[in-house]
Design a protein around this ligand. Structure first.
Ligand code: SDX
Length: 389
């Protein structure tokens, strides 16, 4: 393509594929996984049920769920040699850099994952291993960041409880996972599980479209998610709220900064490419935030700042005209912090939730035998040049 046409660059509104997995209505603030409203799944389902729904297309029966959990339990350990990576990472290196590297490295331990023309059983085992090992990898990254001994999975636990056991359990004393934290984590992971063709999911699909294996494709998705305009926003929100708190909590001053085109400051956690009304996940997370902080008896001063920012933005013409509302990242970090996670860990938790969606979308792309992704461009350079010598 050449010539002078104005393009809305950056896949701002491109129909990149056909998918039957997740439905979004940005104007109405509707989000459905395989036709089920997110509100119903967040209230009634477990994260593993939602993972099964996204990947296999239907909610599992009790027997199917039990089989799924048992199959996953057989693969929760990572290869002991993977632990050598942890000894090589600098002790304070960012968890997302570690996560992307470790997920990519799964292809070195499981070469069958990039065997061409995998059978359904081989492909499914590749999926199961990733689903089973990610919580262990995430928990091990967290324990290593604290300098604590690793806590291995206990297969008597369900998927989310096992993750929390490996994360907060201790070698020196008994530890019972708090059911309220299990419930909050289930809800948070469900709300992050899929979101149609967002930046990281589109990345997983386009990398997979070259017939690249699942582990490398998901590792590319982890890289895309890390960006502060995408999943990295949950870390940026807490850092923004802390800045406002340290600065005296003057939310009007920071709203003015967000509106000032000469000021690089953006209201992190606000705005969305698709939701031009409200992000239905933000409504659920805001309620969960109140509930979990109350049940844990935590009074986090940044929550009050977040609520004041939301109230101010919802009545400010700049935000109203641009349809900027709180998104999924605005309140989630406050819950993660209440659970004890450091802010640089929040996007890793987003990835833990988004994994079933990435897998489901990659699997659908393969099942639909989609061609390799190869977008075109509008060429704006010179066309006829010759070398002078
Ligand atoms: C996620 O796509 C998904 O589904 C993603 C996600 C998922 O589940 O996968 O939902 C997860 O990534 C949520 C978004 C997290 N990111 C943030 O919270 C970062 C802050 N928000 C933005 O930077 C922005 O809103 C985006 C990136 C989310 C959306 O950007 P767009 O659609 O490209 O919109 P834009 O940057 O063109 O902004 C339109 C206008 C601009 O002003 P004008 O040029 O019209 O004057 O709105 C302004 C922007 O300056 N604007 C903001 C703003 N977001 C947009 N102004 C102040 N603060 C903001 N946060």
């Amino acid at each position: 393509l050449t010539g002078h046409i104005t393009l809305d660059l950056g896949y701002k509104n491109t129909g990149s594929t056909k998918s039957a997995i997740t439905f979004l209505d940005g104007e109405e603030g509707i989000l459905k996984y395989r036709g089920y409203p997110i509100e119903e799944l967040a209230e009634k389902a477990s994260f593993l049920e939602v993972a099964y729904l996204l990947i296999y297309g239907a909610l599992p029966s009790d027997q199917e769920l039990e089989n799924f959990q048992n199959t996953i339990s057989k693969h929760t350990l990572i290869h002991e040699d993977m632990k050598k990576f942890f000894d090589g990472f600098p002790s304070k290196s960012h968890p997302m850099a570690q996560l992307g590297s470790l997920v990519f490295s799964l292809a070195t331990f499981y070469p069958e994952s990039f065997k061409q023309n995998q059978t359904y059983e081989e492909l499914n085992l590749t999926i199961i291993k990733l689903l089973a090992k990610l919580p262990t990898i995430v928990a091990f990254i967290y324990k290593k960041s604290l300098g604590h001994p690793l806590i291995y999975p206990k297969n008597k636990y369900d998927y989310v409880t096992n993750y929390l056991w490996m994360t907060f359990g201790q070698r020196t004393e008994d530890y019972e996972v708090n059911p309220k934290i299990v419930s909050a984590m289930n809800k948070l992971l469900i709300l992050h599980a899929d979101h149609e063709q967002n930046c990281s999911t589109s990345t997983v699909r386009i990398v997979g479209s070259s017939d690249c294996n699942l582990y490398a494709s998901v590792s590319a998705g982890i890289a895309a998610l890390w960006g502060p305009l995408h999943g990295g926003a949950n870390q940026a929100v807490i850092e923004m709220l802390e800045r406002i708190k340290e600065d005296g909590g003057d939310t009007d001053k920071w709203i003015a900064k967000a509106k000032d085109k000469n000021d690089p400051f953006r209201m992190m956690g606000f705005g969305h490419r698709v939701y031009k009304n409200f992000d239905p996940r933000a409504k659920i997370i805001k309620k969960a935030c109140d509930d979990i902080l109350e049940s844990l008896g935590i009074n986090d001063p940044v929550l009050a700042i977040a609520k004041r920012l939301e109230e101010a933005a919802l009545t400010d013409p700049y935000f109203i005209e641009r349809k900027l509302y709180p998104n999924v990242d605005f309140y989630s970090g406050i819950i993660y912090r209440a659970l004890g996670f450091p802010s640089e860990f929040f996007t890793v938790l987003f990835a833990l939730g988004r994994l079933p969606g990435w897998i489901a979308q990659w699997k659908e792309m393969k099942e639909n035998k989609e061609p390799i992704g190869r977008p075109r461009q509008v060429y704006t350079g010179e066309v006829n040049k010759t070398m002078s010598k």
